[in-house]
Write a new protein. Structure first.
Length: 145
């Protein structure tokens, strides 16, 4: 696996160019590649408890991302993505491990794309309910802790 620079910031810690690059990457994967036409900028990125976790390649361009939200009694991991050009190199695992370390012992939840639910079990997540459709893609609710 290549060496990636992993960063964690609240919204106010993001410089404008980094924020733009992160939102562009999210749109490229979720809206364009997965053809999910939804309002990605949902206001949650701005919340004081939200942490943006991303990895950059040697060119300092973001190639992987997720966000950790504060949902009160638990944290929520979402918007997990890796750019197509670097998939299969362990970057998603690096990002999720970073998020789990950030969350610590606090319970956390996520809605895994169902074909990846088994993959999330390696980080301690377990199914908590029936699969559901979100933007036409099957998802599995999962919880850790």
């Amino acid at each position: 696996m290549s060496t990636y620079d992993v960063r964690v910031e609240a919204f106010d810690g993001l410089d404008p160019r980094t924020a733009y690059a992160l939102w562009r990457l999210r749109a490229a994967v979720f809206v364009v590649e997965q053809q999910c036409f939804y309002q990605d900028l949902d206001g949650r990125d701005l919340e004081s408890g939200t942490r943006h976790v991303w990895a950059s390649d040697h060119d300092s361009e973001p190639v992987g991302y997720l966000r950790v939200l504060d949902d009160g009694e638990h944290a929520r991991i979402g918007r997990v993505l890796v750019a197509p050009s670097v998939r299969g190199r362990g970057l998603a695992g690096l990002l999720v491990r970073t998020a789990v370390e950030l969350i610590g012992a606090r319970p956390s939840v996520l809605d895994a794309q169902s074909h990846l639910a088994g993959w999330y079990t390696r980080f301690g997540y377990a199914r908590t309910g029936e699969d559901f459709l979100e933007d036409g893609i099957p998802h599995t609710p999962m919880r850790r802790g």
